[in-house]
Write a protein that binds this ligand. Structure first.
Ligand code: TXA
Ligand code: MG
Length: 336
């Protein structure tokens, strides 16, 4: 079991020292919990990959406290960086930027770019200051499993493999940061609670969605030494052990015995009666607010995965705004 650190000044200093000196610490962010290491220490970063069972072809996000610290790692001179930073940072947005020499190749999987993120979570910001070094951190889950949104989730799935977890409460966003490739024609590589429309409003140009790094490898659009990969490993992500099936927003699927059914909104009236008695019914929000759906989706997936259901049927979000990010995670959870 990992030791739990708290928000006390002593524990923050301890977390910062552990990190600076090369240990791994799981840390809270506003999106999901991350498994952090000193980004400049190759040996420590290597331990992140082994704790998660993550293939080295999947690059990490580097967390910084300020734009000044970002500039030590990456070229931040593109005018879009300033616009995005003014509108959204610190916050749940990751920028893909040209990397500087000092960033070890293991962090970026040998790419010439680095993913940079300035998180808003107050504890994470204190840890970054205390550590005094940028922190490489992927989500703190075994590779391919559901991302953690509480310290207990991290304990449940990585507690035997790491020594320290900083408890910052439940994550406010609940899905990982939006990833944008900064360029004259910017690209959305992963949707999040900062939406494509938000990005387009601030940048004043279209932001096309593009496949993420691993999907390009899976689809043969990017070469890589994929000897470490099992078939299907790259597309299946955020996946519970129990099979997940999706149904369209507003549909009323037939579901088998011993399955769980998950609605976007707490079912009422006729809908509540229809499934009562032959299924266990769950919901992601009281009233369909997509912020709430995003915040609760991973926690509910984990909870249902640990109950004795034969399968989990989940209603998709409306395909707009934050719902795009939720549907992205749901379709990966359901991928075979
Ligand atoms: O919200 C988040 O971003 C969380 C918290 C902990 O900050 N972190 C997170 O990390 O989601 P991870 O490793 O689970 O996802 C990082 C994603 C990967 O899909 C990776 O392919 C992509 O970022 N990525 C990292 N560096 C990249 C690069 N240079 N080019 C393209 N994609 C990159
Ligand atoms: Mg992840």
């Amino acid at each position: 079991m990992a030791e739990i650190l708290t928000a006390s000044e002593a524990d923050i200093v301890r977390a910062g020292t552990l990190l600076r000196e090369g240990d791994l610490v799981a840390v809270p962010t506003e999106t999901v919990y991350g498994l952090a290491a000193n980004a400049f220490c190759e040996a420590s970063v290597r331990r992140i990959f082994s704790a998660k069972g993550r293939p080295f072809i999947d690059p990490l996000i580097v967390h910084v406290h300020s734009l000044a610290q970002a500039e030590t790692l990456a070229d931040i001179s593109h005018p879009f960086v300033k616009k995005l930073a003014e509108a959204f940072l610190p916050g749940p947005l990751t920028l893909i930027l040209p990397k500087k020499e000092c960033v070890p190749a293991i962090v970026t999987a040998g790419e010439p770019t680095v993913a940079v993120r300035m998180p808003a979570h107050p504890l994470m910001r204190r840890v970054l200051l205390s550590a005094g070094v940028p922190l490489a951190a992927p989500s703190a889950n075994p590779f391919g499993y559901v991302s953690p949104t509480t310290a207990q989730h991290v304990q449940d799935s990585l507690g035997e493999r790491i020594s320290w977890i900083l408890d910052g409460g439940a994550c406010a966003c609940g899905v990982e940061s939006t990833i944008v490739l900064v360029a004259d024609k910017p690209r959305l590589l992963r949707p999040g609670v900062i939406t494509r429309e938000d990005l387009e409003r601030v940048l004043g140009v279209p932001v096309e969605a593009e496949k993420g790094h691993l999907e390009k490898i899976a689809d043969g659009e990017k070469s890589s030494d994929s000897a470490q990969l099992a078939p299907g490993m790259l597309k299946k992500h955020y996946s519970p052990r129990v099979p997940v099936r999706l149904f369209e927003n507003g549909a009323l699927p037939e579901i088998p015995e011993k399955a769980a059914i998950v609605f976007q909104t707490r079912p009422r009236g006729e809908l509540a009666r229809r499934y009562a008695g032959h299924a266990q019914v769950f919901w992601l929000s009281e009233n369909g607010a997509q912020e709430e759906v995003a915040r609760s989706v991973f926690a509910l997936l984990r909870r249902l995965d640990n109950a004795a259901f034969s399968s989990i049927f989940i209603e998709k979000s409306p395909e707009k705004g934050i719902g795009v990010a939720v549907n992205d995670r749901l379709s990966r959870a359901a991928a075979k």
